[in-house]
Design a protein around this ligand. Structure first.
Ligand code: COA
Ligand code: AMP
Length: 628
C-alpha cells in the first residue's frame, strides 16, 4: 500500500484504521468503544478494553515461545559492562520488583518516581510499575533537586526508586544526596527511597524509609500482571512548558501500546527479533517509547546504552555498538552526530567496524540541520530519516514511513504527517496558510491513540496549553510550513521552550532562577543558535539600581544558580547585562521579538512597545559581548 492511501484511510476512517491496529495486540478484554469522549470531553481510544502494558511487553512473548530471545542488551562503555536479558529473564526480574513494590503497599493508581541512570534496573522499574498498574514518573537524572522536588510534590509518589550514582564520561555523580535534598525541599514525603547500589559510588542509606534494592527484592514474591483499563494511566512524564512549572504529561495504557506497536512496524520497519537502538535516556520520552515500551511490545531486542557519542571511549562508539549487537535501526538526536562530526569529520572510525546490519538511521528531538543530514547521508549510505514528535504525542507526528513506503527526502524536512495526524499550518487567526508560509503547526482532533489525554492534576492546563488557541485543533507549540509538494518543515518553537542538545527546557524556569539573584531586577532568557547543541540559553539581565557587580562575576554566579536549580544539562553559561528590556505597555517582555532578532530572522516590533529603539540597543550590546 502506498503512503498516500494509508494516510488517507487513517483520516477518513480513523475508527476502522485503529480498530485493526488494536487487533494486532492481544487484550484481556477487547475495547468496548474504539473512539469516544470521556467525562472531560476529551477523545479517548479503546475505552473498556482491559490490558496490561507489561504483559504486552514481556509475558506475551513468553507465551508465544520467544522467552529465550534477547529482550534487552545493556551496553555501558562508562563501566565496561555488557549484559543481556532474555524475555524470560527480564520478565522474572520485573515480576520480582513488582512484587517488592506491592510489598511496600504500592498498587494500582499509586505513583512511583524513578530517578535512575541508564541501567537495566531503570527499565525494570518502569515495567514493574506497569505490571501492578502503578503509575511511574521517570525524572531525568540530570535534573537538580529543586526540579525533582517539584515533580515529587506534583506526582505525590509513595516510593522513589533511584540509583546510587550516575556516570557522566568519567565523572561519578552521587544521586542519593540529590534525592534526599529534593525530599527535604518537597512538601510531599514519599514513604520509601529504594536505592540500587552501584559499585562506582555506593550511597549511604541512613534515612528512615531508605532501602537497599538488592535486599528489598531478595525473597520478594513475584507479582503477576494486574488488569487495567485501556484508559488508565501508565505513566506521567513531566515536560517543560511556558511557565517554570513542568507539565505532567499523562499516558494511558491501551492507546499507547497500540500506537507504539503500529509505529515500530510502519515508521521504523522492525519486527520481532530485530535489534532496535534508541540512544537517548529513560528520562525523556524517547527513552519511554523507544528504549523501553515500543521495542519490547513489538518483540524486538532493545539496546540500553550508558555512554556518550564521544569520549566513551571515542567517536567510534556508536559504530562499535551497532556492530556488536547487529543493530538494524538506530535512533538518536542530531546533536550527537554533530559531536561525532566534530571529532571525526570524515567519519573514519566507522571503517573499523562492520555496520552492515544497519538499515535505517532515524533522528529526532530537534531540527536536523541540513549539514548534519548531508554528512549522515554521505557517510552512511542508508536512509536517513528525520522524524518529528514530542513528549505530548509519545510517538512520531511526521516521518518518512520506512515500513510503508519510503518517499524522497528533502533536507530539513521530516517529510509527511504520520497516519492518524491531520496536520495543518495556521496563521494567528486560525486560517490555513498556503505553501511556503510559516505558521503554527496544529493537528485536527481527534489526536491518534497514544497522545496525552490530560495534564496530571490540572486538566484546565491541558485545555489552556493545547486546545485554547484554535478550536478543535491541538497546538503543538512548533512553527513551520509545508512546501508546494506538501513536505513539512518544522522551524522551531513559538513559545518559550528551547531545545538544548535535544533536551527540552523552559526559559521561564531559568528566568525564575535568575530573578532570585540579589543583583537582578528583571530578566529574560532566550534560546540562541549554537553550532553544537542546536540552541543554548542566554540571559538578558537588568540590574537593580545602585548595584555594582562585575559582569563576569554576575555571569558566573547566575551560571552556578541555574546548575543548582535546574541542572548542568541546561547549559546556561551566558548572561549579558542590558539597560532596558523591550516590553509591551502591559509589561510583557517581547521574548519572541528578541529571539528572532538574535537569530537574525525578520521581526516586527509591536506598536504596543514603549520604545522600539530598545531592541536595537540590545542588539548592539550583544554584538559587543560577542554573543551575536
Ligand atoms: N546527569 C547528570 N549530569 C548530566 C546528565 C545526566 N544525565 N546529562 C548531562 N549532564 C551534565 C553534563 O555532565 C555536563 O556537565 P558539566 O557542565 O559539568 O560538564 C552538562 O550537563 C552539559 O551536558 P551536555 O549538554 O550533554 O554536554 P556534554 O559536553 O556533557 O556532552 C554530548 C555533549 C553531545 C555528548 C551530549 O549532549 C549528548 O550525548 N547529547 C545527546 C542528547 C540526547 O540524546 N538527547 C535525547 C533527547 S531525545
Ligand atoms: P520533546 O517533547 O522533549 O521530545 O521535545 C519536542 C520538541 O522538540 C518539538 O516540539 C520540537 O520543537 C522539537 N523537535 C523534535 N523533533 C524534531 C524534529 N525532527 N525537527 C524539528 N524539531 C523537532
Amino acid at each position: 500500500m502506498s503512503y498516500a492511501s494509508v494516510y488517507q484511510r487513517s483520516l477518513t476512517d480513523p475508527e476502522g484504521f485503529w480498530r485493526e491496529q488494536a487487533e494486532a495486540l492481544p487484550w484481556f478484554e477487547p475495547p468496548k468503544q474504539i473512539l469516544g469522549r470521556d467525562d472531560n470531553g476529551v477523545w479517548r481510544w479503546f475505552a473498556g478494553g482491559v490490558t496490561n502494558t507489561c504483559y504486552l511487553a514481556l509475558d506475551r512473548h513468553l507465551e508465544a515461545g520467544r522467552g529465550d530471545q534477547t529482550a534487552l542488551i545493556y551496553d555501558s562503555p562508562v563501566t565496561g559492562q555488557v549484559r543481556s536479558f532474555t524475555f524470560a529473564e527480564l520478565t522474572d526480574s520485573v515480576a520480582r520488583v513488582a512484587g517488592a513494590l506491592a510489598g511496600l503497599g504500592v498498587g494500582k493508581g499509586d505513583r512511583v518516581i524513578v530517578y535512575m541512570p541508564m541501567v537495566p534496573e531503570a527499565a525494570i522499574a518502569m515495567l514493574a510499575c506497569a505490571r501492578i498498574g502503578a503509575i511511574h514518573s521517570v525524572v531525568f537524572g540530570g535534573f537538580a533537586p529543586p526540579e525533582l522536588a517539584t515533580r515529587i510534590d506534583d506526582a505525590a509518589p509513595k516510593v522513589i526508586l533511584c540509583g546510587s550514582c550516575g556516570i557522566e564520561f568519567t565523572n561519578v555523580i552521587p544521586y542519593k544526596p540529590l534525592v534526599d535534598e529534593a525530599i527535604d525541599l518537597a512538601e510531599h514525603k514519599p514513604a520509601h527511597t529504594v536505592v540500587f547500589q552501584r559499585e562506582q559510588g555506593r550511597a549511604v542509606l541512613d534515612r528512615p524509609g531508605d532501602l537497599d534494592w538488592d535486599e528489598w527484592i531478595d525473597g520478594a514474591e513475584p507479582a503477576d500482571c494486574v488488569p487495567v483499563d485501556a484508559t488508565d494511566p501508565l505513566y506521567i512524564l513531566y515536560t517543560s512548558g511556558t511557565t517554570g512549572k513542568p507539565k505532567g504529561v499523562v499516558r494511558d495504557n491501551g492507546g499507547h501500546a497500540v500506537a507504539l506497536n503500529y509505529s515500530m512496524d510502519a515508521v521504523y520497519d522492525v519486527g520481532p527479533g530485530d535489534v532496535f537502538w534508541a540512544a537517548s535516556d529513560v528520562g525523556w520520552v524517547v527513552g519511554h517509547s523507544y528504549i523501553v515500551y515500543g521495542p519490547l511490545i513489538r518483540g524486538c531486542t532493545t539496546v540500553l546504552f550508558e555512554g556518550k557519542p564521544v569520549r566513551t571511549p571515542d567517536a567510534g562508539v556508536y559504530w562499535r555498538v551497532i556492530q556488536d549487537h547487529r543493530v538494524k535501526c538506530f535512533f538518536v538526536a542530531p546533536t550527537a552526530f554533530r559531536a561525532i562530526k566534530k571529532e571525526d569529520p570524515d567519519c573514519r572510525l566507522k571503517a573499523r567496524y562492520d555496520v552492515s546490519s544497519l538499515k535505517y538511521q532515524f533522528v529526532a528531538g530537534e531540527r536536523l540541520d541540513p549539514p548534519t543530514y548531508h554528512w549522515l547521508e554521505d557517510h552512511l549510505r542508508i536512509p536517513v530519516i528525520d522524524h518529528w514528535w514530542q513528549t505530548e504525542t509519545g510517538w512520531p507526528m511526521c516521518a518518512n514511513l520506512a515500513g510503508v513506503e519510503l518517499m524522497e527526502t528533502k533536507p530539513g524536512s521530516p517529510t509527511f504527517p504520520v497516519p492518524g495526524y491531520d496536520l495543518r499550518i495556521f496563521d494567528e487567526q486560525g486560517h490555513e496558510v498556503g505553501p511556503g508560509v510559516e505558521g503554527a503547526v496544529v493537528i485536527r482532533e481527534p489526536l491518534p491513540p497514544g497522545a496525552l489525554p490530560t495534564v496530571w492534576g490540572d486538566h484546565q492546563r491541558y485545555h489552556d496549553a493545547y486546545w485554547s488557541q484554535f478550536e478543535g485543533f491541538y497546538f503543538t507549540g512548533d512553527e513551520g510550513y509545508r512546501d508546494e509538494d506538501g513536505y513539512v518543515f518544522i522551524m522551531g518553537r513559538m513559545d518559550d521552550v528551547i531545545n538544548v542538545a535535544g533536551h527540552r527546557l523552559s526559559t521561564g524556569q531559568m528566568e525564575e532562577v535568575l530573578a532570585e539573584h540579589p543583583a537582578v531586577a528583571e530578566c529574560a532568557v532566550v534560546g540562541i543558535a549554537d553550532e553544537d547543541k542546536g540552541q543554548i540559553p542566554l540571559g538578558l539581565v537588568l540590574l537593580k539600581d545602585g548595584v555594582n557587580i562585575a559582569p563576569e562575576v554576575l555571569e558566573q554566579e547566575l551560571t552556578q544558580s541555574v546548575r543548582k536549580a535546574v541542572g548542568a544539562f541546561a547549559n546556561f553559561k551566558r548572561a549579558v547585562v542590558v539597560n532596558r528590556l523591550p516590553k509591551t505597555r502591559s509589561g510583557k517582555i517581547l521574548r519572541a521579538t528578541l529571539r528572532k532578532m538574535i537569530d537574525r530572522k525578520p521581526y516586527t516590533i509591536p506598536s504596543t512597545i514603549d520604545d522600539p529603539a530598545i531592541v536595537s540597543e540590545i542588539e548592539v550590546r550583544l554584538k559587543e559581548r560577542g554573543v551575536m
